[in-house]
Design a protein around this ligand. Structure first.
Ligand code: FES
Length: 105
């Protein structure tokens, strides 16, 4: 299974087949910046430090220069192997999905 590492925090998450990098981060409890989730707003833009991605849309909102410089859009990018992203604004979810903090009992 491929791994998604998010720096500078150093979170290491698993990448399921068919998941975008954004979805894999969500599933692993890490929230990346996002808005449109379809490759146009660029809110999720971050650096690819290692690995390769393929895109699920024909023309994600990045210029050729930006791609060459290592910028990626995780909301529409799929990993081709292990991937490392640099996203200083990533945050851990306060609680796993479906679990409220402070259960009754
Ligand atoms: S969330 Fe809009 S481009 Fe990724």
């Amino acid at each position: 299974m491929n791994a998604l590492t998010i720096l500078p925090a150093g979170w290491r998450l698993s990448l399921q087949p068919g998941q975008t990098l954004l979805e894999a981060a969500d599933a692993g409890g890490v929230r990346l910046p996002r808005s449109c989730r379809n490759g146009t707003c660029r809110e999720c833009r971050c650096r690819l430090l290692a690995g390769e991605v393929v895109y699920g849309v024909q023309w994600p909102g990045l210029s050729v220069d930006e791609r060459d410089e290592g910028w990626v859009l995780p909301c529409v990018a799929y990993a081709a192997g292990d991937v490392t992203l640099l996203q200083p604004h990533a945050q851990q979810h306060p609680a796993p999905p479906g679990q409220a903090a402070g259960s009754a009992g």
